[in-house]
Design a protein around this ligand. Structure first.
Ligand SMILES: [Zn+2]
Length: 271
């Protein structure tokens, strides 16, 4: 019997996640597109830069609209005021993350557990602080072109920025068949870039291309982290015939090529 850990929820073989920074007002249009095509994303906000109420000339979205606007997606930390974290004292890093986390939680009503690095900047000091301030992942700006998961979620390198050839990358992802690995496409950017570059059709075309595939799980960043952590937490007998899932969510494992669901809390005989 052979057991492999390659599936996502429902036995899907691939996952797509999107990641957008800064909370500019153009997020409103981007979310409309995501919602139209069933694409899920994470939005990394600087709560110190959000206006109190929604006005047409404010560059950022407002606090009063955050919960409703980003519903069904994930709101995540991008620090309070968008400094370069490597230029701060350790206490400054703690404050910038904690205050952002706290403000966003007050707006959204759930634990905010992830972030992206402002300017993509981080170093060993910054990395060492994150677990203590409740951060379970953080996205860099180092696009890899690959469809793999990071070893360490605190250095989550994305697949690609949504640049001109993103649809080509999307096709490559949909056509790829890598049964030896988990397949994740992670796209990042800023919604204002579509306005600056006048290319909203690019993201519309990409979302249309990627939507509605039975083997793709459309997930926020934290949903992927939670799922992968649940898979990593599975307890097997020495001969792998029985597995215990100590988490609260179902996970799917590959048993001799078939996707088998192991429910949260379940001890299951695989053979
Ligand atoms: Zn930013």
């Amino acid at each position: 019997m052979s057991v492999k850990m390659r599936y996502f929820p429902g036995g899907k073989t691939k996952a797509l996640t999107m990641s957008y920074d800064d909370g500019p007002k153009f997020d409103r249009r981007l979310i409309e597109i995501f919602n139209k095509y069933g694409i899920k994303g994470t939005f990394h906000l600087n709560s110190g830069n959000l206006t109190e109420t929604k006005t047409e000339d404010a560059w950022n979205v407002s606090k009063e609209e955050v919960a409703e606007l980003y519903k069904g997606h994930e709101v995540s930390v991008h620090t309070l005021t968008h400094p370069n974290p490597c230029m701060l004292s350790n206490m400054g890093v703690v404050k910038e993350i904690m205050q952002d986390k706290q403000n966003l939680e007050q707006l959204c009503g759930y634990p905010v557990r992830g972030m992206s690095y402002p300017f993509g900047a981080y170093d060993d000091d910054v990395l060492s602080i994150l677990p203590a301030v409740g951060m379970e992942y953080s996205r860099t700006v180092n696009s890899t072109g690959r469809f793999s998961l990071p070893k360490n979620f605190l250095e989550w390198h994305p697949t690609a920025h949504h640049c001109a050839d993103i649809c080509e990358k999307g096709k490559e992802f949909l056509e790829s068949n890598r049964p030896w690995d988990r397949n994740v496409m992670y796209v990042w950017g800023h919604s204002y870039e579509f306005n600056n570059d006048n290319n909203w059709e690019l993201i519309e075309e990409f979302c249309e291309l990627m939507s509605g595939h039975d083997n793709v799980w459309y997930a926020t960043n934290i949903e992927i982290v939670d799922y992968v952590n649940a898979v990593r937490a599975l307890k097997f007998t020495a001969d792998e015939t029985v597995v215990y899932n100590p988490s609260a969510i179902s996970v799917w494992v590959d048993v001799d090529g078939a996707a088998v669901e192991v429910k949260g809390g379940e001890t299951k005989k695989l053979k």
